[in-house]
Design a protein around this ligand. Structure first.
Ligand code: AHM
Ligand code: MG
Length: 315
């Protein structure tokens, strides 16, 4: 069995960068332990505050953010932290070469029902400043807290999966993960259909038509409502995840956030051979203009993403 520390040293990952990934992995172990006991400790529910996105913060959002903050503050290689739960970027006052952008606990509306949630992170060169394109990411990953807790990691080339052992060790479980190019599964919040644009409507209608429509095959729909859980399923067995720009999210630019949701997931999916687009532009090529900027997100199996892009080209 190979653990994360051994894997990082075997793959000659720069030691400073490896330490940042190790800090996020250690924070995720701690968050995992908090989540597993939350119904006992009573750490469920909202804290009565909203974050800068105007969303109610859950107790576990705040706790998870504090855990990540503590681990990164203790790592001299990190000088800047951007978090979904913090209005402003935090400058640690060190010369650490790295910036970390994170959603400490994504999918937190699922917490009270014990559904998989996750910690998403992106590592960038701090010298490049706060607003860097996703293509500049040096590493990205997420921890998915489910029946098993997984750490899914990329340095831009390959995707590697680790599983949390009972003694708190991340054990290597899969290397060279590839997303199946073809799939019969799509994930989108269909309750938003009335807000959709023509491309989204057209693509989903083809899928719903199944074998009797132009797609020529039957589809299934799966939507957890927790991005980490949906993307994890797609990385494991193919599919497409869509949170497109629609008439309701238009004024905000989309639903999901570029720096700590879309970009790290786009790097992972792309490194696994999939596609990641807004519909009109590659997510990794977007120039951010705000640390909490929102964007449309369409990612997953290459053939499905190409079909959606073709719909956008038509319109
Ligand atoms: P969060 O960061 O506040 O948890 O929001 C992100 C979540 C994603 O995990 C999920 O894909 C999406 O928002 C669900 O949105 P909706 O409730 O509109 O289906
Ligand atoms: Mg989130």
């Amino acid at each position: 069995m190979t653990n994360l520390a051994q894997w990082l040293s075997q793959h000659a990952v720069d030691q400073k960068l490896a330490s940042v990934v190790a800090s996020m992995a250690a924070a995720s172990v701690e968050i995992d332990q908090v989540l597993r006991r939350a119904p006992i400790t009573g750490q469920i529910g909202v804290v009565g505050r909203t974050n800068i996105q105007g969303e109610a913060q859950k107790a576990l959002d705040v706790i998870s953010n504090d855990v990540v903050l503590k681990h990164l503050q203790d790592n001299p290689e990190v000088s800047i932290l951007v978090s979904e739960e913090l209005d402003e970027a935090v400058h640690f006052g060190t010369n650490g070469p790295y910036l970390v952008a994170t959603d400490p606990l994504d999918g937190s509306s699922n917490l009270d029902v014990n559904v998989t949630v996750g910690t998403i992170f992106s590592v960038l060169d701090a010298a490049g400043g706060l607003l860097q394109k996703g293509s500049a990411q040096l590493a990205a990953g997420y921890a998915a807290y489910g029946p098993a807790t997984n750490l899914v990691l990329t340095f831009g080339q390959d995707v590697t999966v680790f599983t949390l052992d009972l003694d708190g060790d991340w054990v290597l479980s899969k290397e060279g993960l590839r997303i199946a190019p073809a799939s019969e599964e799509y994930a989108i919040n269909t309750a938003r259909e009335r807000f959709w644009d023509a491309a989204t409507k057209g693509y989903v209608a083809e899928n719903v038509a199944g074998e009797s429509g132009p797609a020529g095959k039957r589809y299934n729909m799966r939507w957890v409502g927790s991005m980490v859980a949906d993307i994890h399923r797609i990385l494991m067995r193919g599919g497409i995840f869509m949170y497109p720009l629609d008439s309701e999210t238009m004024s905000k630019g989309g639903r999901l956030r570029l720096l700590y949701e879309a970009n790290p997931m786009a790097l992972l999916v792309t490194a696994a051979g999939g596609g990641a687009t807004t519909g009109r532009q590659k997510i990794l090529d977007l120039q951010p203009n705000d640390i909490h900027q929102r964007v449309p997100v369409i990612l997953g199996s290459a053939e499905e993403v190409a079909r959606v892009e073709a719909w956008y080209e038509r319109g």
